[in-house]
Design a protein around this ligand. Sequence first.
Ligand SMILES: Cc1cc2nc3c(=O)[nH]c(=O)nc-3n(C[C@H](O)[C@H](O)[C@H](O)COP(=O)(O)O)c2cc1C
Length: 181
Amino acid sequence: MSIVAILTSPRSGANCETVVNAIAESAKANGKDVKFFNVSKMQNKNGCISCFGCKKSGNCVQKDDIRELLEAVKSSEGIIVSAPVYFGQPCAQYRIFEDRMFSFLDPAFNLFIEKGKKVAVVTAAGSGGAQELADQIEGRFVNFFKFAPVGKIAMVTANAPDYAAKNPDILKAAAEIGKKF
Ligand SMILES: Cc1cc2nc3c(=O)[nH]c(=O)nc-3n(C[C@H](O)[C@H](O)[C@H](O)COP(=O)(O)O)c2cc1C
C-alpha cells in the first residue's frame, strides 16, 4: 500500500506542489512509497455526471484519468491532498476529483472504501481563505470518508510561486506531517 499525493494547482512547481513534495519526501524517508497524480495535467478528466451508477458497484462508471486516481486512493493507506483558493473556493481541478469521490459512498452514505486512511491537507491563497479551505477539505475527508487527519498546512500569503520554497518554517512543518504517515 502506498501514499497517494494529489496535485491540483495548474502552477507547476509552485506552493502547493512544493509543500506536497516536502511531505512526500519525509514520508518516503519513513519507508513509505508515494504515488503522485496531477489533476491539472490529466488529459482525460470529467466531472461527476450524477448517473448514480457508482451506488451499485462502488466504482465510478467513467473510465478516465480520474478513475485511476480514485482506484489509487481506494487501495492507499493515506493521501496528501492539495488545492489553491480560487475565488474563495478550491480550484476547479480539485472539485472534479472531490465530486468523483461520491463513488466511495453507497446509497445510505456508508463507505465502499476502508475507514482510517490518513489524510494531510495543503492549501494556498494569495490573501485569505486558505485556512478555511484546509478545514473544509479535512472535514470532508473525516466526516464523509472517515479518514484520520495527520495535519494540514494553509498558506495565506502565497501568491509568489516560491513563497513556500523560501519559508523554512513551512518546509519543517511539512516534514513533520510526513513522519506521521
Ligand atoms: C483564478 C484565480 C482566483 C484566485 N482567487 C483567489 C481568492 O479568492 N483569494 C485569494 O486569497 N487568492 C486567490 N488567488 C491566488 C491563489 O490562491 C494563490 O496564487 C495560490 O498561492 C496559488 O497556489 P499555488 O502557488 O500552489 O499555485 C486566485 C488565483 C487565481 C489564478
